[in-house]
Design a protein around this ligand. Structure first.
Ligand code: ADP
Length: 598
């Protein structure tokens, strides 16, 4: 046997030392300072906008492998972009410092908070994960496109315009600044006023387009444009038939919506305003020729030789310029979520700065500024609508327990009625503002909720609302009064007087004329409500073809507008149920006019 040389021996010893170090290293416990997480699957729940959001997070020792939302009750449509994008953004960036999705901030933050809780269980260094990574955003490139009709805004009016323009032979691009379609339309209770030869007749309700005209005109203090109102009432039912032809379903029964003054409101068969948006989306999916660009905010109209010929916008990847061969439709909605504009134009209300809104955060009045820059005439901007129906915590309409006007009353903090609950929206809200803390309870009974699973107009069951502490239920009126902290004797008397008026058929001491059932059958329910900013009646002046008028009363060629961004139909006060009808009627007209270059 050959003897080892001293050099070889040294090498051998070194090898042994290295192996020993590796072996010791392998025996170390799994957790080491260099490992980011304890590998495994963790769950956590955090309160979201409506209820708890439960997430599941899977990690290896080095990385976040997956984030799943296991349970949530966030509002459909509105929270969807956050539910889809936030988990992916956390995994892609391996970070908790991800941007909230505009329009779904509370949901976004709740998801991040729940993932944070789960990662704490995994022993993560949360501070390190909250350090913002360098973004790879925005190459700063300008993209240019040409189409026939450009539509600014993907709410109810914009999508109606897009579908109608397409049906009239145009190629269309819709630009929507938020990460989702739907605007305020998708948040609404869905009520759509139309004089209906079939449904109203079946319920024995007398109505006519003249009555709808008069109530709309007088309900807005005769400030609306009679020609526009006539086109509106005449085309409301054809718009329902048009939506039905596109596949939308409405319930058979019509009802009176808050401030609607008459039972002519149609309720879509799917929750809130989702039916409208889903219907238009289905048309877009089934037909070539309508492109929708989300996350793309239009900033400017392009004018050439006195005609609007396109738009400039900013998207996630830079500037977008679109040339429109035939026309541009502004359908960017109102300014209810823009506190500065509200304060600037408000004349009829006490300061609105602190009042919450039912609106989505994108309702900032962008279209008004753009239109003004090309000479459009803006009218009636001081006509801002409030509702007495805001959720005290958020200002939103969700949690509203009323099913229709006829079967419920409002009482103040003392348990007394204070207004005709079938009156105009401004009348009811002004009366509410005079009550203690501008706070009221909607009170109704089993007639509105035969079972606990019956849903309100916002897709919430009464049992869910009770569990969330947003509604209360009592076996007697006294029991209910105690739970909500109002004087039981006053509440009992208020209901007794109301029931007498139901028997008499009204009008009662408050002038109320709309009645159906008495409030006399347990269980009794109550839900709290406060004033909230809802709609801006003023806006861009249009003619009956939805062409935009300039300050000299002349049409601005190439420019059209529809929906809440326009003024001239609702005067000082919009009837409940008239907005969804207005945006469908004039969205449809604007799309056709733009396609045909009228
Ligand atoms: P309407 O009832 O008139 O259709 P909505 O509020 O339902 O009004 O829809 C208006 C839509 O326009 C919203 O989805 C809003 O985010 C979008 N929007 C507002 N400003 C802009 C803008 N500058 N660029 C693109 N979209 C916009």
């Amino acid at each position: 046997m050959k003897k080892m040389t001293s050099k070889k021996r040294l090498l051998c010893m070194l090898l042994c030392v290295i192996m020993a170090v590796i072996a010791v290293g392998c025996q170390k416990p799994v957790e080491t300072a260099s490992e980011a997480f304890k590998a495994g699957v963790y769950t956590a729940s955090v309160a979201g906008h409506n209820a708890d959001i439960k997430v599941e997070v899977e990690v290896s020792t080095e990385a976040i492998l997956g984030v799943k939302i296991l349970e949530h009750k966030e509002s459909p449509g509105i929270s969807d972009p956050a539910i889809e994008r936030i988990p992916k953004a956390i995994v892609d960036s391996q970070s908790l410092a991800v941007d909230a999705i505009s329009g779904a901030t509370i949901t976004s933050k709740a998801i991040v908070a729940a993932v944070t809780e789960a990662l704490k269980q995994a022993g993560a260094d949360i501070d390190a994960l909250n350090v913002k990574k360098e973004g790879s955003k925005n190459a700063g490139e300008t993209k240019e496109y040409t189409t026939d009709v450009v539509v600014i805004g993907g709410g109810g009016a914009g999508l109606a315009a897009a579908v109608s323009a397409h049906q009239n032979g145009a190629e269309v691009i819709v630009l929507e600044k938020m990460p989702r379609l739907g605007g305020n339309t998708i948040l609404s209770g869905g009520a759509f006023n139309a004089v209906d030869p079939k449904r109203q007749k079946a319920q024995g309700i007398e109505d006519s387009t003249d009555k709808h005209y008069t109530q709309t005109f007088e309900g807005g203090d005769k400030l609306g444009n009679p020609e526009l109102i006539r086109v509106f009432v005449d085309n409301a039912y054809p718009a329902i038939e048009w939506l039905e032809s596109l596949g939308m379903k409405f319930n058979d029964e019509v009802f009176t919506v808050l401030g609607g003054l008459w039972p002519r409101a149609h309720k879509p068969s799917t929750p809130l305003g989702t039916g409208f948006i889903d219907t238009y989306q289905a048309y877009v999916d089934a037909n070539k020729g309508i492109d929708i660009m989300l996350d793309t905010e239009v900033t400017e109209l392009i004018m050439e030789n006195g005609k609007v010929v396109g738009i400039k916008a900013t998207g996630l990847e830079g500037e977008v310029i679109i040339k429109a061969n035939n026309g541009v439709v502004i359908a960017s909605g109102g300014f209810g979520a823009n506190v500065e504009m509200r304060d600037q134009y408000n004349k009829s209300w006490p300061a609105l700065t602190q009042i919450k809104t039912t609106n989505h955060p994108g309702a900032t009045g962008d279209g008004l500024a753009m239109a003004k820059n090309v000479g459009a005439n803006l009218i009636g901007l001081d006509n801002i609508q409030l509702l007495p129906m805001g959720d005290p915590a958020t200002g939103s309409l969700s949690g509203n327990i009323e099913q229709g006007v006829e079967n419920r009353i409002f009482v103040n903090k003392s348990g007394n009625r204070f207004v005709d609950e079938g009156a105009r929206r401004d009348v009811m809200t002004k009366a509410l503002m005079e009550q203690e803390d501008a706070y009221m309870w909607v009170v109704l009974d089993k007639h509105s909720y035969p079972t606990g699973d019956k849903k309100n107009n916002f897709n919430e069951t009464i049992d869910e609302l009770i569990a969330q502490g947003r509604a209360f239920k009592g076996d007697t009126l006294e029991d209910l009064a105690k739970q909500i902290g109002v004087d039981p004797a006053n509440l009992v008397k208020a209901v007794e007087d109301f029931n007498k008026a139901v028997d008499a058929g009204g009008p009662d001491a408050f002038g109320r004329t709309l009645f159906a059932d008495k409030i006399d059958t347990a269980p009794y329910y109550a839900g709290a409500r406060v004033p909230t900013v809802h709609h801006t009646m003023g806006g861009i002046e249009i003619n009956t073809s939805a062409q935009v008028m300039d300050v000299n009363g002349k049409v601005i060629p190439g420019l059209y507008a529809a929906g809440e961004v326009t003024g001239g139909i609702h005067g000082s006060n919009r009837l409940g149920g008239n907005a969804l009808a207005d945006i469908a009627v004039f969205g449809r007209i604007a799309g056709e006019s733009a396609a045909l270059g009228k």
